[in-house]
Design a protein around this ligand. Sequence first.
Ligand code: ADP
Ligand code: ZN
Ligand code: ZN
Length: 739
Amino acid sequence: MTTLTTKSRFASVIIDAAASELDRIFSYEIPENLDLQVGSRVIVPFGRANRRIEGYVIGFSDSVDIPYDKVKQISLTLDDTPVFTPQLLELAKFMQEKYFSALSVCLACVIPVGIKMRNFLTKTKQALTAGIVLPKTPLQKKVFEYVSEYPKSFAEVVRAKTGVSSAVISSMIKNGALAAEDVTVRRVAESPNLNLCEPLALNPEQQNAFDFILEKIQKGDTKPTLIYGVTGSGKTEIYLQLIQRVISQGKTAIMLVPEISLTPQTVDIFTKRFGGRVAVTHSRLSAGERFDRWDMARRGEVSVIIGPRSAVFAPFTRIGIIIIDEEHENSYKSEHSPKYHAKEIAEFVAAQHGAQLVLGSATPSLETFFDVKNAKLDCVILKERINKTMPEIFVEDMRRELIEGNRSIFSRALYDAIKDTLSRREQVILFLNRRGHSTFVSCRNCGYVMSCDDCSVNYTYHQYENLLMCHYCGKVARILENCPACGSRYIKYFGIGTEKVQEETAKFFPKAATLRMDADTTSRKNSHEDILSAFRRREADILIGTQMIAKGLDYPNVTLVGVMCADISLNNGDFRSSETTFRLLTQVAGRAGRASAPGKVFIQTYFPEHYAVEFSKNHDYDGFYEHEISVRRSMNYPPFTKIFGIMFVGADEKNLIVLLYRLSQIMTAYNKNNMFGLIGPSPAAISKIKNNYRHKLIVKSEDEDKLRAFVLFCVGKLKETENTSNVEIFLTPNPLNTQ
Ligand code: ADP
Ligand code: ZN
Ligand code: ZN
């Protein structure tokens, strides 16, 4: 092969396809009349048949290392502006490396969906202005007069105001009595009577936090900052005022919130402060709506983007601040490839722009607080709630309730408290992290448990539909009169879910109106918001729900929170289960007594001695952190090590186990200085989903880069020596759980 260097310029093109064999750079010649930049979207001839496919320009060169006559020409470019900036390209390359993904898949993260459809999804409308030729008929005159008075009126408005048909308008355009032009209209929610709100006067703790971060921004100190502030301490107001400062300096801001806290209430707070300068994104937007927000950010029509994790890819220039509220939230990690964490992306983007990264939480993730202790992060603390009162927390021992003859789902103390609260006409939240009615159905005679044939999961009984449901694959089954194993009629329902809580609540408090919020009641579009706003309008006294209601809600009239069973998340077998439980209890408790009336929280548990329960009772994150970090140290778990999850999935369980054992043998053989810790192989917590078996292996190491290299090397060796075509191999760096 000869290498030919020519004077002509070539473009390096990435083909828009996820297939790994296409995940490389292709060189194309640039026709003379074409003006390209990094980020230009192009159509190129590809393959033997010269199929025309889409690609992105990621660079230029003056030479190619294939024979010159083999180099094809770019056919055309699709847009007048690049679809990603050089900075976003850099980000995509960083993701490609870090998350083992094809570059085109990483680029897809920074480019909105809408753009994939050949042409930008810009929505235009025809605007009319009076032309130079005078109107002839009375109808034409009417239109002419209207448009003279209101130039640039949309055609549909002119038709409505004058009552003429579109045929009249078309003929006027044709003969020159009207001038028409297409103008871009944005698909964004209208904010009808937008009354902008003034900033609140900060209290001393807020002021201190604000000053600290603002000074860092002025000085260009880009070390990230954690705002560690108890629930209800007013973190949002600090974010708002920091963003205000940043945009008044001509810079832009990205505000990340968990999707679940992106309620109309939150959106309102932001639009009332920044008006048209803010765009909101969320997962329920159409491709067109998504495109418009992206395009507005790119063209500088907005300065602030608020949204869930994907908002971190906003195509802003001059980013001044990136804020991640509730930084501990699991939803910041993407479940599909590339499995990025928004915090990692935000760190990269903040470094590119010299922006300040602010994390906020009442219960920071252990990793984040560990970084604070090791001076990798600055930290400002808000110790007090705005209303100065923390809710009082009571722990109810459900074992004692049972011994003393109380078989109901309410402890006596919680029952009394609900009664009191209702009599004061205040509201109650009851929390249970499990949906459905009964969590398993079994035979009292032989012990047979009804479970899904396709997954290793017990069926959950749903009373409303009166059927059994698998929460993993969604399969439903009819309830049975007789045990399929022994034929007995002693079928019993065990374990409570939110549906059962609602039923029992209605039994014990028949006069109270209840609402339930879980995955079963929120599948319809907007139902999530409907339930919350109904509760806000006090159309119900008691809100029952799963973790959906634990996050970020701010209801002044809620003075009582009951946690029906704290043990569910304690017993899930993951090394983070204590942290998860402590956080959940603290967050749920944070929903009580946020306004002037003091709040009370009752935590029901069969394990009141557990440290996660005890520390949350005393609102003691610091104490919890010290305890938990010592556990992690002794077990060599994160943050002291990095972990890497390897999951094999396939229909042939035996083959899968053999291969995974083979991999662990390879790993042991190459694990020379015991640098790497191996856990497993073992079946995953859900060891079968939809008839596919799942087995896992966890690898730990102090050195993240070496860990990654080691795993890739060993998996490569396995693929060289064994036939792995029947298993799917999933590699997850820093998995959120080890199940
Ligand atoms: P956090 O995010 O820390 O849990 P929020 O930001 O939701 O707390 O604030 C709790 C409540 O206090 C909100 O209703 C908010 O409007 C109010 N608030 C915040 N700062 C102030 C202030 N400086 N003055 C008066 N009210 C405030
Ligand atoms: Zn039986
Ligand atoms: Zn199933």
